[in-house]
Ligand binder design. Structure first.
Ligand SMILES: [Zn+2]
Length: 407
């Protein structure tokens, strides 16, 4: 049996007036997903427990079949794993965005999609100015970077609490600085970064060419490394991850999956959907389980761009799901699971709590009578999967191999 999981990040949404009171999933023309829905099972689930942050870090862990209440320690450690950084038991990883804050308003959580080279240059300055060898800035892709604390005597504890900058778009940041253990240290670095970056050559040049400056670092999502049992020992099968987003790469590494990098996959609206589809088909020849994660619907939501969100869903259908469906037909038994990690409401431009619709179709899955794949097509309690992380076992049709001593 071949298994495919497609994650349209943040795809679930609300009815939107501009779309005739339909959600982007309902408004998008997605004939292949609708055909799969009519032959399979469509229902609702929820990947974000009430007391955890509503983001991909929690929700994608649940989608891969791991209870976030047991395993989630923070977003940054997952991204550290993606970079091949191993954290010791006392080490902490902190997500370090480069952002644009002006007049105390979070204008852009990406600092105008600052380039990798510009980010690296800014962080070299930050590292020199910080004067403390326990801290280490690690440049990543564009605005997505890390700050590590190495060694014991860390200022952090489990009460350390931070707010993601994408939850602050167009809002005042005044009351949104870190709280709890280590908040003084984090806030000091965030505040100092304004001085470090004010006249930095990167920002001088960005302003001169009409681009947004990177005014601050914004620190959030901290945690120690989680201990995840391998997917193969848990579910008896191994997987391959195709994604352009570090936290998904990190999750894949931590559960022992292979990672397939795709040229042209950007984690943004301009991603090469077709290349991801082709890579997934190619991986299926050697792997029994392939996951394709697409960040674009989430990015469109953060920008409040209704049309872009609809278009991203149509491209996922036409350029990823459709060719995969064709290819799976020639490979014998197969199952496909499509499920967003969490809703990202266009209205709020941020990750949201709540149900997401899932679709399971393929060998041995009877039709439940749906005719399309979207939020309201999945409504009703009969097909509800209460705990999102149970969905994986249901999809694979095999019981969990829980370690001795687990309940
Ligand atoms: Zn997400």
């Amino acid at each position: 049996m071949k298994y495919v999981l497609v994650i349209p990040d943040g795809a679930a949404d609300e009815p939107i007036a501009e779309l005739g009171q339909r959600s982007p999933m309902a408004a998008a023309h997605t004939p292949t997903m609708d055909a799969l829905a009519s032959r399979g099972k469509v229902g609702l689930t929820n990947h974000v427990p009430p007391n955890l942050p509503p983001g991909s870090e929690v929700a994608c862990m649940s989608l891969l079949g791991y209870d976030p209440l047991v395993y989630f320690t923070g977003r940054a450690p997952l991204e550290a794993a993606a970079k091949g950084i191993s954290l010791g038991p006392d080490d902490w990883a902190v997500r370090c965005n480069l952002v644009t804050i002006r007049e105390q308003i979070m204008e852009d959580f990406t600092a105008g999609h600052v380039s990798d080279e510009e980010a690296a240059s800014l962080l070299v300055t930050a590292q020199t100015a910080l004067h403390n060898p326990a801290w280490e800035f690690v440049p990543g892709v564009s605005y997505r970077n890390l700050l590590l604390w190495r060694g014991d005597h860390s200022p952090f504890a489990n009460d350390s609490c931070t707010i993601p900058p994408h939850d602050l778009i167009d809002k005042s940041v005044v009351d949104s600085f870190p709280r709890g253990s280590g908040s003084r240290e984090l806030t000091e670095i965030m505040s100092s970064s304004a001085e470090w970056f004010a006249d930095h050559p990167v920002n001088v040049s960005r302003r001169a060419s009409g681009k947004l400056p990177a005014t601050h670092v914004w620190l959030w999502g901290l945690g120690r490394s989680p201990t995840l049992e391998s997917f193969v020992s848990r579910y008896g099968i191994n997987g391959t991850m195709i994604t352009a987003v570090d936290l998904l790469r990190g999750l894949a590494s931590l559960v022992g999956w292979k990672r397939r990098e795709v040229v042209g996959a950007t984690g943004y609206l301009d991603t090469d959907y077709a290349a991801k589809g082709r890579a997934a088909i190619d991986e299926l020849r050697s792997s029994d389980f392939v996951c394709v994660h697409v960040e674009a619907p989430d990015e469109a939501s953060h920008e409040g761009n209704v049309r872009a969100k609809v278009e991203s869903l149509e491209k996922i259908d036409a350029l990823i799901v459709s060719p995969l469906y064709e290819a799976l037909h020639s490979m014998g038994d197969y199952r496909i699971l499509i499920c967003p990690d969490h809703p990202t409401f266009i209205r709020l431009k941020t990750h949201s709590r709540g149900d997401v619709p899932f679709l399971i179709s393929g060998t041995g899955i009877p039709s439940t009578g749906a005719t399309a794949y979207h939020e309201t097509a999945a409504a009703g309690d009969s097909q509800r999967v209460t705990h999102g992380w149970h969905l994986m076992g249901e999809f694979l049709g095999r019981p969990l191999h829980l370690p001795q001593g687990s309940c």
